[in-house]
Design a protein around this ligand. Structure first.
Ligand SMILES: [Zn+2]
Length: 243
């Protein structure tokens, strides 16, 4: 190869590198989008003029944290939606039954709580179907919506969801930050109160590290939003409000 041949090869190699990194970035952005997925329906909030919001709690159920949260919701007269993890549900069926008996909505949050970006179709089906069966064993009869762990999905997961007409629900308000220091309860409540609007879906993690923080922030959020005329509804009720 002469020098201009090397030059041309280097140019093509450079172009290929640029294109493949652009593709990798695009796939990464798609995988973590809360408003778009390749197939099926995804909802991150609902368009409505009604002052309705949905509180959604991810992960668990865990003994202790579940009972504590249910007491709070009961005292406040609020119905919410819980996206449960299959393997936690298997370990703590009693806590899941308590959530159902208190009238809250259950959703599917996968069995193993993995990033399901590169799972093949069969593995996606196993994750979701195993968890769905566990949810039904609690006696829950309502609609089962799905929320991907870490909000991550690419092609096979949305394809399975679309094939089975399962709606993906993400969020428009996620006040907890997972990098940096743990926010104080006042920071959680003021972030929610600043961003909330009719049809909002609020994501919180009261089962693990955020247990205390959420427990302290929730009464402030509920009290303030009620004063502003908001009602708390389950996700199925919220979806029914869509205009
Ligand atoms: Zn989760």
């Amino acid at each position: 190869m002469n020098t201009s041949g090397y030059g041309r090869a280097a140019k093509w190699l450079g172009l290929a590198l640029i294109l493949s990194s652009a593709l990798a970035v695009a796939l990464y952005l798609i995988s973590k989008s809360v408003t778009w997925q390749a197939f099926g329906e995804i909802v991150h909030r609902v368009d409505t003029r009604e002052k309705v919001v949905a509180l959604t709690f991810d992960d668990g159920p865990k003994p202790g944290a579940t009972e504590e949260l249910l007491r709070l919701l009961d005292a406040q007269g609020v119905k919410a939606s819980f996206f449960l993890v299959g393997k936690s549900l298997e370990r703590n069926p009693q806590q899941a039954k308590m959530i159902v008996e208190a009238g809250h909505q259950l959703g599917n949050h996968s069995y193993s709580h993995s990033r399901m970006v590169f799972f093949d179709y069969r593995r996606v089906a196993e994750e979701l179907e195993k968890t769905e069966a566990l949810i039904r064993q609690t006696g829950y009869r309502g609609e089962i919506l799905f929320r991907p762990p870490y909000g991550k999905k690419l092609f096979n997961l949305p394809r399975y969801l679309a094939d089975n007409r399962i709606t993906t629900v993400t969020w428009d308000i996620a006040p907890e930050t997972f990098d940096g220091p743990m926010p104080r309860p006042e920071e959680i409540s003021s972030a929610i109160l600043e961003q909330v609007r009719p049809g909002s879906i609020i994501l919180l993690h009261p089962m693990d590290g955020y247990r205390e923080t959420v427990q302290q922030a929730l009464p402030v959020v509920i009290g303030n939003l009620r004063q502003r005329g908001f009602r708390f509804v389950t996700l199925s009720e919220l979806l029914a409000e869509a205009q």
